[in-house]
Design a protein around this ligand. Structure first.
Ligand code: ZN
Length: 473
């Protein structure tokens, strides 16, 4: 493991709260900036290893204090082995006149990722065995990989294939598979607690936008927004190669994962569909309830789906030996947009305004997570006399005042050490922010005491499923 000197972002003493972060955020500007970053990342030929991945991390490091971790090829990580490093310089299929009829330089999707080197002449019939197209979308180039089997191939539009005449073709893939490194990027933003919120995005696809650059740029801009703020949790942003990177990270951090109190896997967050939140394996972890609440109180259409062991890196974080409280946020799930893993998942398919919406939604969810707390009413026998403490009717009239009064009563009533402010918000229908203000006002006059969260050991597979208890501080 080699870390970049300088280490993760240090804790900054700051008075900027998560509310200030949201108040000063301009999602539309962030959406434009995210799309610009995506445009910069788009041409890079990424795979799960290699220089394309390093270039990607170097571009992200212009925005983030990013630690680059590397694990050598051949390292065992649980049931997997870190593969050889793949690099590619050029690839093409040329006709008998030497003209490139399939050219890696035109699109990096043209080469099957992890293709072994080739320099051979063959007939179209022979070549066809190595060509991949999508007849149902004849103008799109599919995306294919062969990480764990020695093979080679080209991807092209079906129309391009149909235009190829019989003849002899020169096939060249100037690639290498050598003992090297698997790299990932990690950005830690320290909060008051060592308890962590994990935000994970896979970053291993070549020129593909919704899956997966949308998740990469959203995670980057969330980290930028949180950096320098005064936070309750520490936030760990991971930019990992899909599957093998998440497995390698877990293998190298097995003793630390019980710090993860909530997590999100982000991808497919830049298309125009409604949101889809896939719950953690626990199903009732705090992050699951926070995301459900943030979506229910947003203006977006959305769907909540239960965990299933298929999808993105939540498969690893939620494997039974870890069972971390990590859910997954998408807009349209990959199974439902035909552009998925094709050249049509491009810079036009992902729009700045959709990235902006995903950014605003995620920030609002993180705010609920940051501010969710439980309290004990120190005057539980009958209502305390609020007027005497300057808390009742002091502002006189108005709908807003009535809501603030109601918030005080709800918080007092449900602050029995069993209920968090999120419980109060769900039951009362009052805005979460109003309940936080009410709790702070009641704390100030000594009517409440704060509880601390007692969370299950995150990595204890025998533990009960993700419920939070609260204990008086
Ligand atoms: Zn993918």
């Amino acid at each position: 493991m080699a870390g970049r000197p300088g280490g993760p972002t240090g804790r900054v003493s700051s008075t900027v709260s998560i509310r200030d972060v949201i108040a000063s955020a301009v999602p539309a500007e962030a959406g434009t900036a995210m799309h610009e970053l995506m445009t910069e990342l788009y041409p890079v030929c990424r795979s799960i290893t290699g220089d394309g991945y390093r270039t990607t991390m170097a571009i992200l490091a212009k925005h983030l204090d990013l630690d680059i971790r590397e694990v050598p090829s051949g390292t065992q990580v649980f049931d997997w082995t870190i593969p050889r490093e793949w690099n590619i310089r050029d690839a093409y299929v040329a006709n008998s006149r030497g003209e490139r009829v399939i050219d890696f330089r035109a699109s990096n999707l043209h080469v099957v990722s992890y293709s072994v080197p080739v320099d051979a002449r063959m007939s179209l019939t022979e070549l066809r065995k190595h060509l991949h197209t999508m007849p149902e979308h004849p103008d799109w180039i599919p995306y294919r990989t062969s990480y764990y089997a020695d093979d080679w191939g080209f991807c092209l539009s079906h129309r391009q294939l149909e235009a190829l005449p019989e003849g002899s073709y020169h096939v060249v893939i100037d690639s290498s598979l050598t003992s090297g490194q698997l790299a990932w990027g990690e950005c830690l933003i320290e909060g008051a607690s060592s308890d962590e919120v994990l935000v994970s995005a896979h970053a291993c696809h070549p020129s593909l936008c919704n899956d997966n650059l949308s998740g990469v740029v959203l995670a980057t801009f969330l980290a930028k927004a949180l950096a320098g703020a005064s936070l309750r949790y520490s936030y760990r942003f991971l930019f990992v190669p899909g599957t093998i990177g998440a497995i390698a990270w877990l293998a190298h951090n097995e003793d630390k994962v019980d710090r993860v109190k909530a997590g999100l896997v982000l991808t497919c967050v830049g298309d125009g569909g409604g949101f889809t939140y896939k719950r953690s394996r626990r199903g009732d972890a705090e992050v699951d309830r926070v995301m459900a609440y943030a979506l229910a109180t947003s203006d977006h259409p959305y769907e909540l789906v239960d965990f299933s062991p298929y999808g993105y890196d939540e498969r690893q974080y939620c494997s039974p030996g870890f069972n971390l409280p990590v859910g997954s946020l998408n807009r349209t799930p990959y199974t439902r947009f035909p552009e998925y893993h094709t050249s049509a998942d491009d810079l036009d398919f992902v729009r700045p305004e959709h990235l902006a919406g995903s950014y605003a939604l995620t920030l609002s969810a993180l705010r609920v997570l940051e501010e969710n707390d439980a309290f004990v009413n120190l005057n539980p026998k009958c209502e305390p006399q609020l007027g005497r403490r300057g808390l009742y009717g002091s502002l006189g009239g108005g709908k807003e005042t009535a809501q603030s009064q109601l918030a005080l009563l709800w918080v007092l009533n449900l602050s029995d050490g069993e209920h968090s402010l999120l419980d109060v918000a769900e039951r009362s229908g009052l805005p979460f922010e109003l309940l936080v203000d009410a709790a702070n006002a009641l704390l100030d006059v000594g009517l409440l005491a704060r509880c601390e969260m007692e969370s299950d050991a995150a990595c204890d597979p025998a533990g009960p499923g993700g419920t939070h208890r609260w204990r008086k501080r």
